[in-house]
Write a protein that binds this ligand. Structure first.
Ligand code: ATP
Ligand code: MG
Length: 369
């Protein structure tokens, strides 16, 4: 798929902007604080109806203004065009597909698939588990509306169950019957999420390993492990078995959970671990190794989307060229070729001598223009 048009109105430091894109690679070049990342953020918002760097939509609206909009036109393989719109207002956010408002996010996400790679993605490897859960949820969610739907139902149920656990603690009442109802709902939803996550991690590992081996010229073998709060063995792949395992754990931990007032088992507590040649990258990896693992994961995500959707996503690279050595830059650019429409921000392209960069469309970004 290709993003053909981007229209911003009062978004961050852009009062108004209308860009059209024809080239496979587009470079946004400019000094610091001019609005380069803001452009990728707008594309991210168009794809996911939210920013990649803040949960507060308000921050995206230009200072002193009330409403911001991001509009875009996506051309899917085969030529079909899809118009997308995200409008951020004090009363909330509205999203439209071809002019029709969508009430659920799961009906909006997926029309534009995007993979973003930015310096802060190092957190994917060395940051807190929530960064890795977010990666899993966004990657699966953008190809599976059902996953997004189940995830939001699951998180709501966890929040309600936590309230109940806290009530049980302060009121000194057991509330066992009500908790049992929640346990069943939670176990059913958790099993659905777990199944999709395990399937995703399995696929991702295959691609990430191949990419990682190529980037490190065969010196490193990458492996991934889904680390669950629910003990599972290979036989638990079946839905029913997984649901039962989650349920058993909830029952087993209930006294403990009641003491703490939080739900301790389930996908909202799980994590992902990375190993290079058998060693934990989180614990032992060098900065460069951690960065390479993060890059391999993102490039693998492109392949996952390509297989699931049948089309490649767009790729947003924020400031990463400067962070990678020449060999890794070349590998990254060769993966892109012209198979994936790519938007790259950089403060300068000196030292990047590659046909893709030489032939890219180039914009100079200065003070929101
Ligand atoms: P760097 O190279 O340092 O990463 P950049 O070009 O990527 O810089 P951006 O993060 O895109 O910079 O833009 C930052 C600019 O946008 C800053 O000047 C900031 O003050 C401005 N800015 C951020 N939010 C808003 C907003 N809501 N309204 C107006 N301007 C904003
Ligand atoms: Mg930036």
């Amino acid at each position: 798929m290709r993003l053909r048009e981007l229209v911003l109105d009062r978004f961050r430091n852009y009062a108004a902007l209308h860009l059209t894109f024809d080239a496979p690679v587009t470079l946004f070049v400019g000094r610091n604080a001019q609005g380069k990342t803001n452009l990728l953020e707008a594309m991210h918002a168009l794809a996911f109806a939210k920013s990649h760097r803040t949960a507060r939509d308000r921050e995206l609206v230009q200072w002193g203004r009330e409403v911001a909009t991001v509009k875009g036109r996506v051309e899917r393989d085969g030529g079909r065009s899809v118009r997308l719109e995200v409008r951020l207002a004090p009363k909330g956010k509205t999203v439209k597909v071809n002019g029709v408002e969508k009430r659920r996010l799961s009906e909006y996400v997926g029309h534009l698939n995007a993979v973003l790679f930015a310096p802060e993605d190092l957190n994917l490897v060395k940051g807190a588990p929530q960064h890795r859960r977010r990666f899993l949820d966004m990657a699966i969610g953008q190809v599976s509306p059902a996953y997004l739907h189940d995830l939001s139902a699951y998180l709501k149920t966890v929040a309600q169950r936590n309230q109940l656990l806290k009530m049980a603690r302060t009121a000194g009442r057991p509330l066992d019957e009500l908790l049992s109802v929640y346990d069943e709902q939670l176990a059913a939803l958790a099993a659905k999420l777990l199944r999709k996550r395990l399937e995703f991690v399995g696929k991702l590992e295959g691609w990430a390993r191949t990419i990682h081996a190529a980037v490190t010229q065969g010196a490193e073998t990458l492996s991934l492990r889904y680390v669950s709060t629910v003990a599972m063995d290979a036989a638990d792949g079946a839905m029913q078995a997984m649901e039962e395992r989650v349920h058993e754990e909830l029952v087993r931990l209930r006294p403990h959970e009641r003491e703490r007032g939080v739900t301790l088992v389930g996908p909202h507590r799980d994590d992902l671990a990375f190993f290079v040649n058998g060693y934990s990258v989180q614990t032992f990896g060098s900065q460069g190794q951690q960065r390479t693992v993060a890059l391999s994961l993102k490039l693998a995500e492109i392949e996952f989307i390509r297989e699931a959707v049948g089309e490649a996503p767009i790729l947003l690279l924020d400031d990463v060229l400067s962070e990678l050595d020449a060999g890794r830059q070349l590998h990254l650019l060769s993966v892109i070729q012209d198979r994936v429409q790519t938007f790259v921000t950089t403060t300068g392209v000196e030292g990047v001598d590659h046909a893709l960069v030489r032939h890219a469309a180039r914009y100079r970004v200065e003070q929101g223009q």
